[in-house]
Design a protein around this ligand. Structure first.
Ligand code: HEM
Length: 459
C-alpha cells in the first residue's frame, strides 16, 4: 500500500517540542502551601497516576472512533494467526480496515481543552492503530506499514497536546483502559475491570491487573515522596527521624511490589503472553531494524516521532522510585563496583527514552522529584534505612529478571502454538538477542539496571 494522499496535514517536528505552559492540566494546587504539589502534574493522592475516575467517552462528534474500537475485538486477529477462527474472520477484518481507511478525517477541536477526553482519544486511536497494523496481512505490507491518516493525524494531534508518543503506551493499556465494577465504591484492584483486550486472553487481562496493582501500591510511595519534597529542612532531627521511618516503610512497599511481580507466575500464562499478547503491543521499532517501519499518513516529520510501543518500563511509579533513590542508569556517577563490560554495553538511554512514552505531566512530575540519597549520605542515621530500600529495589529487579527469563527470553526459542505461523528469518534478517516490546536487548538491559541499583548502596 502507498500513501493515498500527498497532502501533509500535521507537522510532528514543528510542534512536538515540550512546552509545559501549553499542556492541558486538570487542576492546580490552589490553596495549599506545599512547594511540591503532585496534583499539578495530574497525580492524584488516592489513585496516583491513574485518573480518579474512568475516562469519559468521546463526544458524539468523535463517536466514529469509539465505534471502530468497539467493533474490533473478535474481528481482528494477529496477521500471523492461522487458527480457524482467525481465518474465518479475515473478510470481516479486511472490511474493518477498509472502514478505517475511509473514515473521515476528524478535527480534535471539540476536546482540545479537556484533559480526560484527550487521554481517552489517545487510548482509542492508539488501540485502533495497533489493531490495524498487527492484523494487516503480510502480503499487503510493502517496505513500510501505512497508518491511515484518519487515525494518524488526530492521534498525532492529541499526542502533541498530551506530550506523549503517538503510539500505544503503558498509559493506554493500563492507566486509561479500565472501568469500575461498582461505580459507588472507590478505586481498588478488586473494583476495576479492564476493557480493551487485544488477544482476548486471561494472560493479557491479568498482566494489566498486576500492573494496576503495582500502580496502586505505588500510591503509598508517592505519599512518601511528597512528604520528603515538602520538608522545610530535611536535616533537622524531626525530619531525619521521619525520613528514617519512611524509608523503612518504603522497604515494605517494595517487598509488596515484589510479591505482586511473583504472583504473576500464577496468573499470566507465559506461552500465551509471548505468542498472543505482547505482539499486539509492539511498535515500529520493537522487533529490530529488519522489520518494516510505520508511516503516519498525513503527518510530516513522523520519522522523528517515538513509535516504540507499550512497555511496563513506561510505568511512572517505577521511575519515581528510581529517582527518589537516585539510581544511576546512565552510568554518569563514579560509584563502586565499576560497571562490567556487559553493563557498559547496555542501552543506557532506555529509561530516559521510556519517559517520552509517558503523559507529559507525569514526566514533569518526575523531572521535579528529588532524591533522598545525598541527605542519606550526610546523615548517619539514614544510611542504613536508605541502603535497605536500595537493596529491596535490587531484589525486586532480580525477581523481574527471573520473570522476563521465563516470559520472554526462554520463549524466544520455543515452538509457537499451532495457530501462529512464524516465518523463519534468513541469517541476514535475524534480529539477535531477545528484545522487549520497547525494542531493547532485554537481558543486558535488565541486568545493567539491577547492577546500577546495587551501585547506589552507600558504603
Ligand atoms: C509477565 C510479566 C512481565 C514481563 C514479561 C516483563 C517484561 C519486561 C521486558 C521485556 C522489559 C525490557 C524493556 C522492554 O520492554 O523492552 C521490561 C522492563 C521493565 N518492566 Fe517489565 N515485565 C513484566 C512485568 C512488569 C510489571 C508488572 C511492571 C511494573 C508495572 C514492570 C516494570 C518494568 C520496568 C520499570 C522496566 C524497565 C527496566 C527496569 O526498571 O528494570 N514489568 N519488562
Amino acid at each position: 500500500m502507498r500513501l493515498s494522499s500527498p497532502i501533509h496535514l500535521l507537522d510532528w517536528a514543528a510542534t512536538a517540542a515540550w512546552d509545559a505552559s501549553q499542556v492541558v492540566r486538570s487542576t492546580t494546587c490552589s490553596g495549599k502551601l506545599s512547594a511540591f504539589c503532585p496534583r499539578t502534574y495530574d497525580v492524584d493522592p488516592k489513585s496516583g497516576f491513574f485518573p480518579p475516575q474512568p475516562l469519559p467517552r468521546l463526544p458524539d462528534a468523535l463517536s466514529v472512533w469509539e465505534d471502530a474500537l468497539q467493533e474490533a475485538p473478535g474481528v481482528l486477529f494477529l496477521a500471523q494467526d492461522q487458527g480457524p477462527q482467525a481465518i474465518a474472520k479475515r473478510p470481516a477484518g479486511e472490511r474493518w480496515r477498509q472502514k478505517i481507511r475511509s473514515m473521515p478525517l476528524k478535527s480534535i477541536d471539540a476536546i482540545r481543552d479537556d484533559l480526560r477526553r484527550l487521554q481517552r482519544a489517545h487510548m482509542v486511536l492508539a488501540t485502533i492503530m495497533h489493531y490495524y497494523v498487527h492484523s494487516l496481512p503480510q502480503a499487503d505490507v510493502e517496505a513500510s506499514i501505512v497508518v491511515p491518516k484518519s487515525v494518524a493525524v488526530p492521534l498525532s494531534a492529541v499526542s502533541q497536546l498530551l506530550q506523549i508518543a503517538p503510539v500505544l503506551t503503558f498509559a493506554d493499556t493500563v492507566l486509561w483502559n479500565w472501568e469500575f465494577i461498582d461505580p459507588t465504591q472507590p478505586l481498588s484492584i478488586d473494583n476495576m475491570r479492564y476493557v480493551n483486550n487485544f488477544s482476548g486472553t486471561q494472560a493479557e487481562n491479568n498482566f494489566y491487573l498486576a500492573s494496576a496493582a503495582v500502580e496502586l501500591k505505588g500510591v503509598e510511595m508517592l505519599d512518601i515522596f511528597e512528604g520528603f519534597m515538602n520538608l522545610r529542612d530535611a536535616t533537622d532531627t524531626h525530619a531525619t527521624s521521619m525520613l528514617a521511618r519512611d524509608l523503612t516503610r518504603l522497604v515494605k512497599i517494595i517487598e509488596e511490589l515484589e510479591s505482586i511481580f511473583v504472583s504473576m507466575r500464577n496468573t499470566v500464562d507465559p506461552h500465551e503472553f509471548y505468542w498472543n499478547v505482547r505482539q499486539w503491543w509492539s511498535g515500529a521499532t520493537s522487533k529490530g531494524p529488519n522489520h518494516p517501519g510505520w508511516v503516519l499518513e498525513g503527518v510530516r516529520s513522523a520519522d522523528q516521532a517515538d513509535l516504540g510501543g507499550a512497555s511496563a518500563g513506561q510505568s511512572s511509579v517505577m521511575h519515581a522510585l528510581d529517582i527518589f533513590l537516585d539510581i544511576d542508569h546512565r552510568l554518569q556517577d563514579a560509584r563502586t563496583p565499576a560497571p562490567s563490560d556487559n553493563n557498559r554495553r547496555a542501552d543506557h538511554g532506555f529509561m530516559d527514552r521510556m519517559r517520552r512514552y509517558m503523559p507529559g505531566l507525569h514526566r514533569e512530575y518526575l523531572e521535579n522529584l528529588s532524591s533522598v540519597r545525598e541527605i542519606a549520605e550526610r546523615t548517619p542515621s539514614l544510611r542504613e534505612p536508605y541502603n535497605a530500600a536500595v537493596m529491596a529495589l535490587k531484589r525486586l529487579r532480580d525477581s523481574h529478571i527471573r520473570i522476563v527469563a521465563i516470559y520472554v527470553i526462554s520463549k524466544a526459542n520455543s515452538t509457537p502454538p499451532a495457530n501462529i505461523r512464524v516465518d523463519k528469518p534468513s541469517a541476514s534478517q535475524r534480529d539477535g538477542p531477545s528484545r522487549g516490546t520497547g525494542g531493547s536487548e532485554v537481558s543486558t538491559l535488565l541486568k545493567a539496571g539491577r547492577d546500577a541499583t546495587q551501585r547506589a548502596v552507600l558504603k
